[in-house]
Design a binder for this molecule. Structure first.
Ligand SMILES: [Zn+2]
Length: 96
């Protein structure tokens, strides 16, 4: 690629900072933020706002708060079933 072609290529694909809006968020000193905002919400990288959380909802082992599955619906149901099945045996043992 020739140098002039490369410059033209860069000029076409370059991100134009002048078209971006100014952030304008209230700073701790009371003024307005002067950084360039982004295209998504107009705020800079420091004032982008709170995260909205994960975009795709995950379930089961892929969930970010999954620890060991001992409190999952299946395990709770299994535990309850086992307790119901073993309760008569335990009562018999206590009577003897
Ligand atoms: Zn800002």
């Amino acid at each position: 690629m020739l140098k002039k072609d490369y410059k033209a290529h860069v000029a076409i694909n370059q991100f134009d900072l002048n078209t971006l809006p100014i952030c304008g968020a209230r700073t701790r000193s009371g003024g307005l933020c002067k950084h360039k905002g982004n295209v998504r919400n107009g705020r800079c990288k420091r004032h982008g706002g709170a995260s909205t959380g994960p975009i795709n909802q995950t379930f089961g082992k892929n969930h970010h708060r999954y620890v060991n599955g001992l409190r999952s619906k299946k395990v709770i149901a299994m535990r309850k079933l086992l307790a119901d099945l073993t309760r008569p045996l335990m009562d018999q043992n206590q009577k003897v």
